[in-house]
Design a protein around this ligand. Structure first.
Ligand SMILES: [Zn+2]
Length: 218
């Protein structure tokens, strides 16, 4: 199995940062992607970065690169994970939404199984984050409707579904993770910490490896 790791946006994408500019999504997603590639390689998984460049690469070009792997190795032997950080607005203000979530394309595909494995791994690996979330929520860091593990259970699994370009136009199972909100101060502090970055890298690795094990056994 070849694991393609996509990282959101680029140095030339406007917006896409925390209100205080300390966290830039293109940099954080690249840091997570590079560390995830290294960790997966250490765990004997063939992981590769889809976007080595710092500048933004268009979505059609990202999909062309992914589909070239699918055509060469077989789409059942490739999977793609696109790494992002979420945002509740684009007005440069801190917001009260927070939490972790994963997206797939609409309908039931292998991507749903991959998303569920990563969601379950996140639910486990983000234990400290979840405990802190509850405390900080009581102090007003998150509004009362927010949950640390965001999910849409309406179709029986925890992923959200959306027609994101990278999910719809790739031939292999593809998921997109939104690891916390860059425009929430508490989430942003966690994302900027080594503890937070490590947890996010590891939850992706754990979920991907659990998915690959399941695919091998069927
Ligand atoms: Zn993004």
């Amino acid at each position: 199995m070849i694991v393609l790791i996509d990282n959101g946006h680029g140095s030339d994408t406007p917006g896409k940062c925390s209100p205080d500019q300390k966290l830039k999504e293109y940099l954080k997603s690249r840091e997570i992607a590079r560390r995830l590639e290294t960790l997966l390689n250490l765990r004997m998984v063939d992981a590769r970065l889809l976007v080595e460049e710092d500048k933004d690469i268009s979505l059609p070009e990202r999909c062309r690169r992914a589909n070239a792997y699918c055509d060469k190795y077989g789409k059942e032997n490739v999977l793609l994970v696109s790494i992002h950080c979420n945002a509740a607005g684009a007005d440069g203000q801190w917001k009260s939404a927070g939490g972790w979530c994963v997206y797939t394309s609409p309908g039931k595909t292998k991507a749903d199984d991959l998303a569920t494995e990563i969601w379950n791994a996140a639910d486990e690996r983000l234990k400290n984050y979840k405990e802190r979330f509850t405390i900080l929520q009581a102090q007003g860091a998150y509004d009362s409707k927010q949950k640390p593990m965001r999910a849409d259970w309406s179709d029986g699994d925890p992923d959200y579904e959306a027609r994101f370009y990278i999910l719809v136009h790739t031939k292999c199972p593809a998921v997109l993770t939104e690891s916390l909100f860059q425009d929430n101060k508490a989430d942003c502090d966690f994302l900027l910490s080594e503890e937070g970055t490590k947890a996010i890298v590891e939850l992706h690795a754990n979920g991907i490896i659990n998915y690959i094990k399941k695919v091998k056994n069927t």
